[in-house]
Design a binder for this molecule. Structure first.
Ligand code: BT5
Length: 333
């Protein structure tokens, strides 16, 4: 953690002089000032006064291991924190074999954030960019459950915070019809044994760049709420909701499956699955989700089981068979 932030945090709301910080940390006053600049760029609200020095304001958007209230027994009890990494999934994957189950890799920004299928994930300051290293005792064939569990846990955590979060197949989280969170699961496995899963979670928490959000057709928690959200508390809740389900991943999966269906924005929709099984696109109605996380799509040819792909929600048909005009322009999500 940044040493100046570590010094200011327990003194939040009080003035401390530049001289005091410099003396206590054994660094020059110019170095203190550089740290202050950096912390402000990362979202901390720090006031300065020539007479009083520096004051960290309560309620600012500060994210550090020390600000996260760990209420879990396994997940997040070990945190690897950085101000900037290429990708938390990349860092987590490199250390996964030797890491403790539940290790959390967290960064304030990512310079090469990854989406699915080699796509890129923009990760400016203000977001929650994190990866969990999990070591569930399940056979590799059950690994699709991990993504379903993660989606249900994030949706539950956001619901606890007052957002009407829904899941778009396979595991995007939406508020309204806009994406607020993406999940990327990467696995390390042998034939019959899952060694680890890296669960990458990207939440546009306080990412408020309108142009970027518009470009992705996305939203952020801060935008939806009209004010800054407490990222540390959101992370604590995600860890709690994940741990609750992680322990029942093998035996109590029925409940996670039931929750996924209850939170789904996809089931019942007319959808277009892009690039499924390399056979082009598939249009139909999303009927259900099977135990392997596959989407069951009702098409003119009958039911089709789709294991992977990109899904677009089409505007529902109205009674006369035309696309509804109620949806906003751009008709697909
Ligand atoms: C995903 O991919 O939705 C998975 C994203 C996972 C990101 C997390 S952040 C922590 C961890 N470390 C990583 O490196 N990754 C994980 P996909 O469904 O392929 O969506 C990618 C597409 O979403 C891009 O092609 C853009 O169109 C769009 N996009 C990029 N950045 C976005 C953002 N911040 N919010 C919403 N959409 C975004």
């Amino acid at each position: 953690m940044n040493p100046v932030l570590a010094y200011l945090l327990p003194r939040t709301g009080s003035w401390v002089s530049g001289m005091e910080v410099s003396k206590e940390l054994g660094i020059s006053r110019a170095a203190v000032w550089k740290h202050i600049h950096k912390l402000r760029a990362l979202g901390c609200t720090i006031e300065t006064s020539p007479r009083h020095g520096y004051r960290l304001t309560a309620g600012g958007d500060i994210l550090a291991p020390e600000t996260i209230d760990i209420r879990t027994k396994i997940l997040g009890t070990c945190i690897v924190f950085s101000e900037s990494v290429t990708s938390t999934n990349e860092v987590a994957t490199k250390m996964a074999r030797s890491a403790k189950d539940g290790t959390l890799v967290l960064s304030l920004i990512q310079t090469a954030g990854m989406g699915r299928l080699q796509r890129s994930w923009s990760s400016p300051p203000g977001g929650i960019w994190m990866s969990l290293i999990l070591k569930p005792e399940i056979p590799p064939v059950l690994s699709p459950r991990i993504g379903m569990m993660a989606a249900v846990a994030v949706a539950s955590a956001l619901r606890r915070a007052g957002f009407h979060a829904k899941i778009k197949w396979p595991n995007d989280i939406l508020i309204g019809d806009r994406k607020v969170c993406g999940i990327l699961i990467e696995l390390g496995a042998q034939m019959d044994r899952l060694e680890y899963a890296v669960v990458g979670i990207g939440i546009n928490a306080n990412v408020n760049d309108e142009a970027l959000l518009e470009e992705w057709g996305a939203t952020s928690l801060g935008k939806e709420l009209g004010r800054t959200v407490d990222r540390s508390e959101i992370i604590s809740c995600v860890l709690e909701e994940l741990e609750l389900r992680y322990l029942g991943l093998g035996a109590e999966f029925q409940e996670i499956h039931r929750e996924w269906e209850a939170f789904s924005a996809t089931l019942g929709q007319e959808v277009m699955v892009i690039g499924w099984s390399g056979n082009g696109d598939l249009a139909g109605k999303a009927e259900s989700l099977d135990q392997d996380g596959a989407l069951i799509v009702g098409t003119s040819q009958g039911l089709v089981r789709v294991l992977a792909g990109d899904c677009r929600h089409l505007r529902p048909l109205n009674r006369s068979g035309c696309r509804s005009t109620a949806a906003r322009p751009g008709s697909e999500i």
